[in-house]
Design a protein around this ligand. Structure first.
Ligand code: PEP
Ligand code: MG
Length: 599
């Protein structure tokens, strides 16, 4: 067997487990959207009207958005955003878009999509060449408007266009340059078999969604979309972060064996479902599940989770044109609380912004994230708080507030909770008393002032995904060099320790719900740091429990102490070899760099 006979092997980061063999479907926002058709003269007028109709519908959408934002704004800083909507509306009628597109249709007989894409390309490159960053940014606005017009063109009638991803072949392996969380969600509806993404990182939201949907995913694979064509066979190994494009029969057999082995390990550790998460020297820890969708709730118990430590409610809000109503939200929260009873369920209030953009407020809200967004949009937030209170009678609810930076924000949440409670009382609706309110510690300043925050809340939950990003000054959704994403940096470990110390001092539960909690090799470290609860993707619970049940806390403490004198890289190597030595049956061997036929 020689190299030339083998498929092309690319190495990235495995961010969602599983090995699949499938067929490539490349997805590019532009390629799939723009059809190129030359029209007969007789259809030209109709095509021009179709283009104008799409503008009118996009305008109506902006008007609706304007109304809902105005209602939500009421004395906040929304004026700026409303101004942006005005600007978008003006741009829709801008002669440089309308006249040029119409001219392409009339003179060159292009279909509206093609004509529009020609216009947009010309405008975008004009803006890209401008030196002033403010005006260069406006090129982005043109891009967004153009994309929306394209979607309206693709859809007749009054319906809001569905995501173009709904055209993907069912069961394909999706290859993309980048994918937003909402797009990943849309792709999952097509039963995508795996994701292969050029950009992205382990803690990016798209990776998290892939994990919660159980879809194998590899990210950080520069050039992947260049080497694979539609219909190519491909192996995706979400464990090792490897893909093999056009594999040989030999490679298919090899990967098939590895997939079977992984399944066997998984089946074996799942036997620990009813056993306690307790170290051999008697230290107990609570293992809970992170949920992104209410539908995942029934799996938690089956995998041995003792409740939900993080239910990300933002996925109820993404990929839709209006926020969910109080009734819709109540129903979702009730279904999770009831499915988990008698275990507690921690529901996190809306965390949008960053890479989680909502369609009803537009991308201009990207700068205002999570609790900041909610406090600036009190009406929208009150709807969620009322829904949470209404649901509270159906189980053991805890409310978790994301992106906390200062005690003031917690006080504001408590004030609004009281207001929501009064609003419900006026409607004769009761709710559970004394619902615990917790803060996510995911911004460095929150970790540094954990002692002060601990006085305001009933529990802490550490979001290591954001905490890592903001501590190391890296972008969460782009691949960074390994040394910048290594949580064993002494400074990062110190930060975590500050949080658990402050939590214990105040006598409140200190949990961790970032992706670190679900990594089996980090379980000893998190035990040693003194976390009381670990919350993770449900599928990770059995493996993490297995590691806990086989690691005495005294040994974990000794391990952590050793790391105090090591660089982050040394600590990582040490931890890897510790895992290989103590858990050869469950860690997947790392063969990075080895010739692939040896695997
Ligand atoms: C985190 O930041 O670690 C976290 C759990 O929240 P999210 O991933 O939703 O930002
Ligand atoms: Mg976070």
């Amino acid at each position: 067997m020689t190299h030339e006979n083998l498929g092309i092997v690319l190495q990235g980061d495995g961010v969602s487990e599983g090995i699949v063999l499938g067929t490539v479907a490349r997805w590019d926002r532009h390629e799939t959207l723009v059809e190129h058709v030359r029209l007969p003269e007789s259809l030209v007028n109709a095509e021009v009207s179709r283009f104008h109709d799409s503008i009118a519908r996009a305008e109506r959408e902006i008007d609706e958005l304007y109304v809902s934002l105005t209602a939500a704004a009421m004395g906040t800083t929304e004026g700026e955003h409303l101004g942006l909507l005005d600007a978008h509306k003006l741009m829709l009628r801008d002669p440089s878009i309308v006249n040029d597109t119409e001219r392409y249709i009339r003179e060159e007989h292009l279909n509206a999509e093609w004509a529009l894409s020609m216009t947009l390309k010309r405008l975008e490159s004009m803006f890209a060449a401008v030196k002033d960053p403010f005006f260069r940014e406006r090129g982005q606005d043109i891009h967004h408007i153009g994309e929306r017009l394209m979607q309206f063109l693709a859809q007749s009638g009054d319906e809001v266009p569905p995501s173009p991803l709904s055209q993907l072949p069912q069961g394909a392996v999706l290859f993309a340059h980048s994918l937003s969380p909402a797009e990943a969600l849309a792709a999952s509806r097509q039963k995508v078999a795996a994701f292969v993404i050029e950009a992205g990182s382990t803690s990016g939201h798209t990776a998290i969604i892939a994990r919660s949907l159980g879809i194998p995913a590899v990210v950080g694979l520069q050039g992947a979309t260049d080497v694979a064509g539609d219909g190519d066979r491909v192996i995706v190994d979400g464990f090792e972060g490897e893909i093999v494009v056009r594999p040989t029969q030999y490679e298919e057999i090899l990967y098939g064996r590895r997939a079977n082995r992984a399944k066997a390990v998984r089946r074996a550790v799942r036997q620990n479902r009813t056993l306690p998460a307790e170290t051999p020297d008697g230290f107990s820890i609570v293992l809970k599940a992170n949920l992104d969708f209410a539908a995942q709730a029934p799996h938690v118990d089956a995998l041995g989770g003792q409740g939900v430590g993080l239910y990300r409610t933002e996925f109820l809000f993404l990929d839709r044109v209006r926020p969910p109503t109080e009734e819709e939200q109540t129903a979702a929260y009730v279904s999770v609380l009831e499915a988990l009873r008698p275990h507690p369920v921690t529901i996190r209030t809306l965390d949008v912004g960053g890479d989680k953009l909502i369609r009803f407020s537009g991308p201009e809200h990207a700068g205002l994230r999570a609790i900041r967004y909610c406090l600036a949009n009190e009406e929208l937030f009150l709807v969620q708080l009322r829904a949470l209170l209404r649901a509270s009678r159906h189980g053991e609810l805890r409310i978790l507030v994301p992106f906390i930076a200062a005690p003031f924000e917690i006080r504001e949440v408590r004030r609004l909770l009281a207001q929501a409670s009064e609003q419900l009382a006026a409607r004769g609706i009761k709710h559970a008393p004394n619902i615990p309110v917790g803060a996510m510690i995911e911004i460095p300043v929150a970790a540094l002032s954990a002692e002060h925050l601990a006085k305001e809340v009933d529990f802490f939950s550490v979001g290591t995904n954001d905490l890592m990003q903001y501590t190391m000054a890296i972008a969460r959704d782009t691949a960074s060099p390994d040394y910048l994403t290594n949580p064993l940096q002494p400074g990062f470990l110190r930060l975590l320790h500050m949080i658990t110390r402050a939590g214990h001092h105040a006598g409140i539960v200190t949990a961790i719900c970032g992706e670190l909690a679900g990594k089996p090799s980090f379980a000893p470290i998190l035990i040693a740091l003194g976390f009381n609860e670990l919350s993770m993707t449900p599928e990770s619970i059995p493996l993490v429990k297995e590691v806990i049940r086989r690691t005495p806390r005294s040994e974990a403490m000794a391990l952590l102490q050793k790391f105090g004198n090591m660089s982050a890289e040394e600590a990582k190597d040490y931890l890897d070899s510790y895992m290989v030595e103590h858990f050869p049956d469950i860690v997947t061997p790392r063969f990075r760099g080895a010739p692939h036929y040896m695997r």
